[in-house]
Design a binder for this molecule. Structure first.
Ligand code: IMP
Ligand code: MG
Length: 432
C-alpha cells in the first residue's frame, strides 16, 4: 500500500493537521484535495505553532513534496501570504509545492458575495455561518461554468476576458457593495504580482501524482473540513461547498479511485462545530464551556468560539460508512480529563421513536433528542503517557467503547498538540 486518505469524521477541526504532520514523516508527498482557505490546520512542533489554510501540513516536514489539487479553490492572495509567512519562518516552499492548473480561483468578488449572503436579511435568506472566504461563490462559479482556473489566470488575455465576463455577469449585485471600476483595478493590480507567483507552482498535478503512485511513492491525501460538512452527506444546507469525503479524492486529484489504498478517519473524543446548523449533542452549559476552554476550541481561521458537545456515535458511524474508514485516530482525549461522568450519544429519540442512524430529514434532525450512555470519567492523563498501559483504566474503557461503537479500529490516541503526544496502538504500519 502506498496511499492513504485522511478524512475528518465530524464537523471539521478533528486534528487532521497534527496527524498529517505525524504520518507525513513516513510519506513522500502530501496532497490537499478540496476546500480552500476556509480550513485552518494548527500544527505545533519544537515549541512553534503554525496555522495553515491552503498548503498541506506536510510543508512543515523538510523535503516533503506538497500538492494542491484541482478540487481546491485557491485565493491567490491568501496563498501568497501563506508562502511569505512560511518563508519568513525558514520553511522552504520553492520546489516543494505544486499547484494544479485546473484548480479554480477565488477573487475579491467571491468574498463580497459570501459576506452579502451571510448578512442578507431578505426574506428566505439563510445564514450558514460561513468563514466568509468566498468558498461557496467560487465553487458556484465552477459549477456554473464561469469560474477562472489557475491556467486561465496565467494566460493574461484569457484572464482579462474572463474577468470582464464575470464582472458583467455579477455587476448588478456587486455594485451595491463596491464600485466595479475599483474592483477591476484591484484584481488587475494584484495579478501583476500574483501571476508570476502562481506560475512558479502551477503544473499538471494529476500527471505528477499518477507518476508518483506508479513509482510506489507514499502519498497522503489530506481533506479539509469534515464529513458532516460534506455538500452531499453533511447537514445540508449548513455545509461547505465541496466533498471532504474520501470518495472525492479521485475526481479532486485526477487519479483512479482504485489508487487509494487505505482510509484513516480522524475523530475527536467529543464533538465540535463552527457556524450554524444542527448539532444534537451540543452542550450549552458549563461542561460545554469547559471543553471550549480546555480544548482551545476557537476557530483557527475565523477565531470564532466553536460549539462543543458530547461524542455522537451516530455521526461517526455515518462517517465510517460513507468514507470506508478502517482505522481511526482519536484526538484530544486529554481534554476530557477531570470530567466526572462522560456521556456518549448512542441513538436519538424522535416523537417516541428511537433512531439508530443519523437522519437525513432537516425536521427530524432539528427535533431529535440524544440518548446517552454514561461512562465514568478519568481524573488526569499522565503528561508522559507513551503507551496504552499509561492511560487510566477509565480512559481505556472510554476509548474501547468508542471503538466498538464506531466500527473501525482506533490506531492512534492523541493527547496533545505536538507529534510526540501520541500513542500508537496499531503496531503494523499504516502503509502495509
Ligand atoms: P464555508 O466553507 O466558508 O462556506 O462555510 C460553510 C460551513 O463550513 C460553516 O459552518 C463553516 O463554519 C464550516 N467550515 C468551513 N471550513 C471549516 C473548517 O476548516 N473547520 C470547521 N468548520 C469549517
Ligand atoms: Mg480546522
Amino acid at each position: 500500500m502506498s496511499t492513504i486518505a485522511i478524512v475528518g469524521t465530524q464537523w471539521g477541526d478533528e486534528g487532521k493537521g497534527k496527524i498529517v504532520h505525524l504520518l507525513g514523516k513516513e510519506a513522500d508527498g502530501i496532497v490537499r484535495y478540496q476546500g480552500g482557505p476556509n480550513a485552518g490546520h494548527t500544527v505545533v512542533f519544537d515549541g512553534k505553532m503554525f496555522v495553515l489554510h491552503l498548503i498541506p501540513a506536510g510543508i512543515l516536514i523538510p523535503k516533503k513534496i506538497c500538492y494542491i489539487a484541482n478540487g481546491v479553490v485557491i485565493d491567490p492572495f491568501s496563498l501568497y501570504e501563506e508562502v511569505q509567512l512560511l518563508q519568513k519562518r525558514d520553511i522552504t516552499v520553492a520546489g516543494r509545492l505544486f499547484i494544479s492548473e485546473l484548480a479554480h480561483l477565488i477573487f475579491p468578488y467571491h468574498k463580497i458575495l459570501d459576506v452579502a449572503r451571510e448578512e442578507s436579511t431578505a426574506q428566505g435568506s439563510r445564514k450558514i455561518g460561513t468563514t466568509r472566504k468566498g468558498i461557496g461563490p467560487a465553487y458556484a462559479d465552477k459549477v456554473e461554468r464561469t469560474g477562472i482556473r489557475v491556467i486561465d489566470y496565467l494566460e493574461k488575455e484569457t484572464f482579462e476576458e474572463l474577468l470582464e465576463q464575470n464582472l458583467r455577469l455579477k455587476e448588478k449585485f456587486l455594485q451595491k457593495f463596491s464600485a466595479i471600476e475599483k474592483l477591476r483595478k484591484e484584481i488587475l493590480d494584484q495579478a501583476k504580482i500574483l501571476r508570476p507567483f502562481l506560475k512558479k507552482f502551477a503544473c499538471d498535478t494529476s500527471w505528477m501524482l499518477n507518476c508518483a503512485i506508479e513509482k510506489n511513492k507514499k502519498i497522503i491525501f489530506e481533506s479539509a473540513q469534515g464529513t458532516m460538512l460534506d455538500i452531499d452527506f453533511g447537514t445540508y444546507p449548513y455545509v461547505t461547498s465541496s466533498n471532504p469525503i474520501a470518495g472525492a479524492v479521485g475526481s479532486d486529484c485526477g487519479i483512479g479511485p482504485n489508487k487509494i489504498d487505505s482510509i484513516l478517519g480522524i475523530v475527536k473524543a467529543y464533538t465540535t462545530r463552527v457556524g450554524e446548523g444542527p448539532f444534537p449533542t451540543e452542550l450549552k452549559d458549563e461542561v460545554g464551556e469547559r471543553l471550549r476552554q480546555v480544548g482551545k476550541e476557537f476557530g483557527a481561521t475565523t477565531g470564532r468560539p466553536r460549539r462543543c458537545g458530547w461524542f455522537d456515535a451516530l455521526v461517526v458511524q455515518r462517517s465510517v460508512r460513507i468514507n470506508g474508514i478502517t482505522k481511526l485516530a482519536l484526538t484530544k482525549l486529554d481534554v476530557l480529563a477531570g470530567i466526572d461522568a462522560l456521556k456518549v450519544c448512542v441513538a436519538y429519540k424522535h416523537r417516541g421513536k428511537t433512531l439508530t442512524q443519523f437522519p437525513n430529514s432537516r425536521t427530524i434532525l432539528r427535533e431529535a433528542v440524544p440518548v446517552y450512555k454514561t461512562l465514568p470519567g478519568f481524573k488526569e492523563i499522565p503528561k508522559d503517557a507513551k503507551k496504552w498501559e499509561d492511560l487510566p483504566g477509565t480512559a481505556q474503557r472510554y476509548v474501547q467503547y468508542l471503538e466498538k461503537l464506531s466500527g473501525a479500529k482506533i490506531s492512534f490516541v492523541s493527547l496533545g498538540r505536538s507529534r510526540d503526544e501520541t500513542i500508537r496502538l496499531d503496531k503494523s504500519s499504516l502503509w502495509e
